[in-house]
Design a binder for this molecule. Structure first.
Ligand SMILES: NC(=O)c1ccc[n+]([C@@H]2O[C@H](COP(=O)([O-])OP(=O)(O)OC[C@H]3O[C@@H](n4cnc5c(N)ncnc54)[C@H](O)[C@@H]3O)[C@@H](O)[C@H]2O)c1
Length: 360
């Protein structure tokens, strides 16, 4: 009898997001054309590693390298400052890599991660999960449909309680040496990535930041204005450039879950995304008076063909790794978001100066 094909999975860092991925893999594993073998896990907090391994069926190892040696694919789910050194080990071992976002605490380390993935030519994916979100995929489709006209403006608001409490059960996000920065880098890098995906590349930024919690280097309010490269210098000789804004807030209102609201204005269509990041609702109104709303299972069904691979990002990664194919979104997608984030922080440090983004 032919042996059942297997894929061995390891985790470095076994906290909040590692648990999320482990549960996500369990939900889809029966649908995959190979068996999942739960290989090594390592965490500097050995109690965390043990409770993760007990719940999931993985095996606690005594170093990141042992995890890598035991695995075909490795999830890097440590706090952000550790990502680069872990990526280096995974890349040098030639194993497939899932690296959580943000890639790194600074742009130079993010660039080095991309370089390592290229040099060792490994399948790699990042935790920019909204790239697979039905709500954002539908919004992108509605925005760029010819009948919508040109995209004019976007208003993006994102707020959550400062995640050094509540269900996050950790404090590292209040330590600049481990998190790199505050609400923009740690959380709203997802929003920058969605602005890139739904509207288009960002050309220029002007930003301000504020520090209500008094934590050095950890901004808890950040506002940014953008111009996009979606440009039409029409024959009328005036600039027609899509403009937008982001407001990202870490407050103390634990009664409010993480919430985003996005409003997109096209010449002939208005679109909103609200409620759930995945299941919407997404609503739109057209200049002829017609309108629509999609949410939940209906939204998932309508957008299935817009998703480039498997609708579950973990399944998409494991399938790509198994087939030794490129995965999506990869570290180069994340680097674009990092370049915009870097320009925003530079503008904020300079009191709102206009900064050109280096990724166009
Ligand atoms: N994609 C998303 O939506 C999303 C959501 C949450 C977190 N994240 C990212 O995931 C990463 C982890 O966040 P989290 O919420 O799981 O944090 P967490 O504190 O719950 O877990 C991180 C774990 O990493 C361990 N760790 C730290 N340094 C280590 C090292 N050198 N070797 C092994 N283990 C180490 C810690 O002990 C901890 O258990 C961060 O980069 C974060 O930004 C992404």
């Amino acid at each position: 009898m032919a042996a059942v094909p297997k894929l061995k999975i390891g985790f470095i860092g076994t906290g909040f997001i590692a648990t999320y991925h482990s549960k996500s893999i369990r939900r889809v594993e029966q649908t995959l054309p190979f068996e999942i073998e739960r290989a090594g896990v390592f965490d500097v907090d050995s109690a965390r590693a043990t409770s993760f391994a007990t719940a999931s069926g993985h095996h606690v190892m005594s170093s990141p390298q042992e995890v890598i040696d035991s695995s075909d694919v490795v999830y890097i789910c440590t706090w952000t400052s550790e990502h680069l050194e872990m990526v280096r080990k995974v890349a040098q071992s030639g194993k497939a890599l899932f690296c959580e976002k943000p890639l790194a605490t600074n742009i130079a380390d993010a660039q080095e991660i991309v370089r390592l993935c290229e040099e060792f030519n490994i399948t790699n994916q990042v935790g920019l999960v909204l790239r697979h979100s039905p709500a954002y995929l539908l919004a992108r489709d509605l925005t760029h449909a010819p009948e919508a006209g040109r995209v004019m403006s976007v208003i993006f608001r994102d707020d959550q309680f400062i995640p050094v409490q509540g269900h996050y059960d950790s404090t590292w996000r209040g330590d600049v040496s481990r998190a790199g920065a505050g609400t923009l880098l740690e959380h709203s890098i997802h929003d920058i990535d969605m602005l890139h995906a739904v509207i288009g590349p960002i050309a220029e930024v002007s930003a301000r930041q504020s520090f209500f919690h008094g934590i050095k280097g950890i901004e808890d309010v950040l506002t940014a204005n953008f111009s996009f490269s979606v440009t039409d210098d029409s024959t009328r000789g005036v600039r027609a450039v899509a403009l937008g804004s982001l407001t990202s807030i870490w407050h103390d209102n634990l009664a409010r879950p993480s919430l985003r609201r996005v409003e997109i204005f096209c010449e002939k269509r208005f679109i909103t995304i609200e409620g759930d990041d995945w299941f919407g609702p997404v609503s739109w109104t057209n200049s002829d008076g017609s309108s629509g709303t999609l949410a939940g299972d209906e939204l998932v069904a309508v957008t299935r063909e817009l998703i480039p691979d498997h609708p579950n990002p973990d399944a998409a990664f494991l399938l790509a790794a198994y087939n030794r194919k490129p995965a999506y979104p990869d570290v180069s997608v994340a680097l674009s978001a990092h370049q915009t984030v870097d320009a925003i922080y530079r503008s904020a440090r300079e009191g709102g100066n206009n900064i050109h983004v280096g990724n166009n």
